[in-house]
Design a protein around this ligand. Sequence first.
Ligand code: SF4
Length: 908
Amino acid sequence: MPDTLPHSNRITAATCCYCGVGCGVLIEHDGERIHGVQGDPSHPANHGKLCSKGSTLHLTGDLDARALYPELRLGKGLARARSGWDSALDHAASVFAETLREHGPDSVAFYVSGQLLTEDYYAFNKLARALVGTNNIDSNSRLCMSSAVVGYKRSLGADAPPCSYEDIELADCLLIAGSNMAYAHPILFRRLEAAKAARPEMKIIVVDPRRTDTCELADLHLAIAPGTDVALFHGLLHLLLADGSYDIAYIETHTEGFDTLRELAADYPPSEVAHLCGIDEADLRRAAELIGKSPAFLSLWCMGLNQSTAGSAKNSALINLHLATGQIGKIGAGPFSLTGQPNAMGGRETGSLSNLLPGHREAGNAEHRAEVARYWGVDSLPESTGLSAIELFDAVREGKIKALWIACTNPAQSLPDQQKVHEALAVCPFVVVQEAFFTTETCKYADLLLPAASWGEKEGSVTNSERRITHVRRAVPAPAEARPDWAIVCDFARRLEQQLRPGLPSLFDFDSAQALFEEYKHLTQGRDLDLSGLSYAILDDQGPQQWPFPAGAQQGTARLYGNGIFPTASGRARFIADAYQPPREAHDADFPLLLNTGRLRDQWHGMSRTGTAARLFGHVSEAVLGLHPGELRQRGLQSGDLVQLRSRRGGLVLPVQSDDTLRPGQAYLPMHWGDRFLKGLGTNVLTQPAFDPLSKQPELKISSVEVQKADLPWQLFALVEEDVQRRFEALRPLFEGFAYANLAPTGREERPALLIRAAAESAPDAALLAQIDALLGVDQGPVMAYDDTKRGVGKRVRIEEGRIVAVRLAGETAARDWLKGLWLQGTTDMDLRRWLLAPLATPPGGGRKASKVVCNCMNVSEDDICAGIAQNLDLDGLKRELKCGTSCGSCVPEIKRLLAKQPVAAIA
Ligand code: SF4
């Protein structure tokens, strides 16, 4: 839908900028500011629905967190100063040109993102390969999808997910492996919930070491030991072959390599596989039976398979099941990888991994290089092997990369082994960061910070998990001097051209995103993804389309390989016989737990955007480590205790909580926490950089760790309203000396606040506390204060117009939840005054903790829902009376879990 209304009520169609579902959104705005967002009813991915993240997009992106002007640092150790675009890009071009002249093309690198639009990616690729002459361009998609790329290419011949979203609704049996779809791809999960409700005979198998919300829909949950997926898939194949549940005609006509795989599968008998995977043999047999008997078998997978040192083998072993049963290329069937990022697919298509070239070509293939070089009008493209993400940052740390350009991604939070990544960024002579949010951990290292346009502010296209391309339209101008990513790249490239190839016609003569799309699409002509027949006009007229869409096509292609012909040399799909390899790290005496990482329901990646919206912290407000209740007991720990969590690479201090969705021996920590929100370089200070030999995707799912109680008796709690982002920036550095510090927005958008928890062995010096007080606004004015210097206890509460606006408790924080509750209610009472002026730490009434918000859309807490269940309300009753689960639906699996724990019938 194009821009429709002229004034305050304008609506522009775009897509959600978070996950790979690629939901269509309608942005409500006045031409200057975005006021709201709705799901686009005409978009085939979501039919008008949005999840908790998508439906709050308009509440995110606080201008106080945005990069607004170019900023340049003219020497290490100096602060950055505001610069104009001309001087900033001239300087960057001079540094890059000088570096290239002195050290050669492989002394520079580009690290880009699955959140860029296709046109941005294409510009970056042309810059790196055609102008700079390096293959050192990699994307954060390396951390997310590169094992799926290898899986598809090895088994099927091309990096093309063969299915459509509607296959999720049409399948008879779904295997969901390594994907907490309920959190990570919520709108697809809503579609699956609806399909299962309409056809209860549909069978769902979930393979995940944790009992996630996705398991709420499962007929069978296989809680395998972490990293044993390949053994599981071979074990399933073993049973399918033994039962005769395979399609010999399909195998003989359309595949190759079956005999080798059959021999391998013989080594995976059910009893041994069940033992290795830590599941019941009967469950393994049931899974094989469900798959074998299913008329249409679909598998869905995500990071649990991909982020692994055996990621490629896991992908291929799963695809083997489809080839063996002929369950591919038909309705409701096929191997369907879910992409994590909104445009990871566009990155793969434009060649934005170091080993790729545009149009699903290979950088290592001379013929492919020649084709692209010819099209671009350059003599040749670089032959040298480009560096993948982990290798790239190793090379930066070793001094081999002297100029690094990072766009739209936050490696100082997202890469594994963070200590080394921070070291790399600190020693790199010239770091350019092109970013919408200056608050990311990586921006601290920018010698040149270039402000980029963000969601709703730029035009281009994206491809979602089902190969569907959507035209993303601009609703409002970017703030201040921020510019679209493609425009920044092209402007820089033209300046670099003047130094590297003066007098020649520019390779970057693009004046719009559309001009880039038009050039790019012809590079796909004749390739498996051929989208040469597409244009922005067709996308506007006919809506989002699935590739291939060759010239002359009337519509996109819903399913691939229906004819059983694959884009391999022989035209046959290939069975891949990789044996199971155990994970690189395992339990041992020093590190007896295996740490798994994953997503929260309401946060996205490193929280640069979602972390600006107070409401999105209602469900989970701080970084917490989950441990099986038995592990807590064994260590003498209780939920809420602070613990020291340590791997071979680094450590963190954070609270622990009992989590019965985990099995003994496992630990779980969400991936989102970086150094900004949690002191200590975040979750990835613990994870390992070991990577899959083929996909180069690192192992982010398994790290051996140990947990010990942290003895930090001096604690601090603070809460302050207004200017949340600015106070966050000012206060965060003051907590560097604390052993533990967690900072995050809290509350709702009408009254957001910053919430801080910190702890140390002893009280910090008085000057530091005074600095913190000043920034909290509890150093003067209408502040009630109590100090017990002997006990090191201090209380400050600022009250304006009869309500609390700031709190600081130091030394002893038992009253924190009570005070937070009073703040939320917007009231004060005599109890507060009495408590403030007394030495008592314990608040009146004992200080019961406010429960978390389960339904963020309707602001319904866990306590409210449990009270409703106690009154015999079932799911429909809860929806009717409390309205929970009636908007985006993201909370429904959790409500069902609460109902299962406290069933209505049991109460009645
Ligand atoms: Fe955005 Fe949610 Fe749709 Fe993903 S499922 S694209 S996060 S609205």
